[in-house]
Design a protein around this ligand. Structure first.
Ligand code: PRP
Length: 184
């Protein structure tokens, strides 16, 4: 596939994404092989859908899936620091569930820092986190994900689920967005 004209460079290509999801699925299989209770992969909409769908195909331990919709960003590229829950888990059996939150990116850390406490507070048996991309240089909340696909520099990335102004989510690779697109 030719590179999208708004993309400065491809940061993680399709082959590397495939290798990353294979490795992460192996780590999840190893760690949850003897889990007591249900194992639930929780996809954080919308950015995580492509990562979630590729990852869940490769995990071989029995899992259930669920979704949440949260938002920490206002319009554009700046983080507001606020976390809103638009779609919550609708389960009566949360005390039986080992929740593994699936994220596309950890930036400030606000979203996952909040969500882990929130879901533990709801009584989940365990709560862990898996992110495709980690930008530790941007952290304002002290948060370390349990599973990390790839550490990346502080660049504006899109594709493989990630957007700018709701565009570029369907690109099959992670790319760096040209500054001219968002600095107009
Ligand atoms: C993005 C991303 C994470 C969060 C990370 O979601 O998917 O949920 O921001 O940022 P943080 O570490 O600074 O909290 P966004 O609110 O852009 O929604 P989207 O996934 O629907 O695009």
């Amino acid at each position: 596939m030719p590179m999208h004209p708004d993309v400065e460079k491809i940061l993680i290509d399709e082959k590397t994404l495939d290798e990353i999801t294979t490795r992460l699925a192996g780590e999840i299989d190893r760690d949850y092989a003897n889990a007591e209770g249900r194992v639930v992969l929780v996809c954080i909409l919308k950015g995580s859908i492509m990562f979630m769908s590729d990852l869940m195909k490769k995990v071989t331990v029995p899992v259930e899936i669920d979704c949440m919709k949260v938002s920490s960003y206002g319009a554009g590229t700046a983080s507001s620091g606020m976390v809103h829950i638009y779609l919550d888990l609708l389960r009566a059996d949360i005390a039986e569930c080992n929740l593994l939150i699936i994220e596309d990116i950890v930036d400030s850390g606000n979203t996952l820092n909040y969500l882990v406490k929130y879901l533990k507070g709801k009584g989940a048996k365990s709560v862990k986190t898996c992110t495709l991309l980690d930008k530790p240089s941007r952290r304002t909340a002290p948060f370390v994900p349990d599973y990390i696909g790839c550490e990346i520099p502080d660049e504006f990335v899109i594709g493989y689920g990630l957007d700018y102004d709701e565009k570029y989510r369907a690109l099959p690779y992670v790319g760096v967005l040209k500054r001219s697109v968002y600095e107009q």
